[in-house]
Design a protein around this ligand. Structure first.
Ligand code: NAP
Length: 326
């Protein structure tokens, strides 16, 4: 089979479509013939040598994929050859075939085409696990998501809107903010021109937001806490603005607020399977009813993985950039 390999850490040009050993499913796994995978920011870090795959994971990039089951390992029930699926992966999506533990499989939702389904697992599982399972965002609460036009942001806005929150979001251009409003954002903030803390305080009569989903890490730590309401919850999922921050803990203490930080990829299979099961129960019906959808910027052929990485690096996309195999 062929897969995108990383010849050596470096720029997008190190991604090459290479012949690699064939895969066959281990017990408890299926083999999926990949229709498409998606570019996640983590793939850029893996390509640069800053994000090693966890032990036992495929060395090829790709944290999600969609496709058709072509072989079933021992002890697998409930899934059969021919099923159209999408899956959360610890790696290996940029390939013709990928092995998937059954706990990480989801059916392609009704009404979603099999290629677009490749853009769902990573963002839906990340948003559901952090915003709802960790931060317990509730109907009527104020929710701030940074980078509203990102893959994560477009899903966070839609899900929080479907579940009745009031949504604040940041993005770097007016066109991106307009798209965020179409998806359900109530208050949109251009982070290049405006102070998001001031906008949040103004729009909440000084109360602040109940939950922040943050991609920036250190750069926004102090200001995210300033934006929080009493009993607020900040969840950090990205470190685009650095990993080492400084915080006046007195602010956190006075607000009785909480900070969590999580990463999905390296979690034990049982934990990821529980997240996938929760997503199937709570989010899949919202997709199948048409209430929320994968937001796809474009689909590029896998052979253009390098160009897709450049696009995401420049942040010229809105939603997901997919890589189709055939
Ligand atoms: N912890 C986990 O398990 C997990 C899982 C998935 C993703 N993530 C993280 O979630 C984040 C989004 O992932 P993605 O794949 O959806 O990325 P993406 O589509 O590449 O989006 C990156 C976003 O960062 C925004 N951004 C850049 N500078 C900003 C600033 N100063 N203030 C606010 N936003 C800023 C960009 O906004 P503009 O384009 O408007 O400039 C863009 O929307 C990444 O940090 C990623 O590492 C974490």
């Amino acid at each position: 089979m062929y897969a995108i390999t990383i010849a050596e850490p470096g720029g997008p040009e190190v991604l090459t479509w290479t012949e690699v050993p064939d895969e066959s499913p281990e017990p408890g796994e299926v083999l999926v013939e990949v229709a498409a995978s998606a570019v996640n920011r983590a793939d850029l870090m893996q390509r640069q040598g800053f994000y090693e795959p966890p032990p036992g994971a495929s060395p090829y990039p790709g944290l999600e994929a969609s496709g058709r089951i072509v072989a079933v390992g021992a002890g697998v029930s409930g899934w059969a050859v021919g099923d159209q699926v999408c899956a959360l992966l610890a790696g290996g999506g940029y390939a013709e075939r990928v092995r998937v533990p059954v706990g990480l499989l989801l059916p392609v939702p009704k009404g979603v085409d099999p290629v677009s389904a490749a853009g769902l697992p990573e963002v839906v599982c990340t948003v559901w696990s952090n915003v709802f399972m960790v931060a317990h965002l509730r109907r009527g609460e104020n929710f701030l998501v940074h980078g509203g036009s990102s893959g994560i942001g477009t899903m966070a806005i839609q899900l929080a809107s479907a579940l009745g929150a009031r949504i604040f979001t940041t993005a770097g251009s007016e066109a991106k903010l307009a798209r965020c409003r179409e998806l359900g954002a109530d208050v949109t903030i251009n982070y290049r021109e405006e102070d998001f803390v001031a906008r949040v305080q103004e729009a909440t009569d000084g109360a602040g937001v109940d939950v922040v989903l943050d991609n920036m890490g250190a750069k926004y730590l102090d200001r995210n806490v300033d934006a929080l309401a009493v009993n607020g919850r900040l969840v950090v999922i990205g470190l685009q603005g650095g990993a080492r921050g400084e915080l006046d803990l007195n602010k956190l203490l006075r607000k009785r607020a909480a900070i969590a930080a999580t990463s999905l990829r390296a979690r034990p299979l049982a934990e990821k399977s529980a997240i996938v099961a929760a997503v199937r129960e709570h989010v899949w019906p919202l997709i199948e009813s048409g209430r929320i959808a994968p937001i796809i910027d474009r689909v590029m052929p896998m052979s253009e993985a390098a160009a897709a990485h450049r696009l995401v690096e420049e942040s010229s996309h809105i939603g997901k950039v997919l890589l189709s195999v055939h």
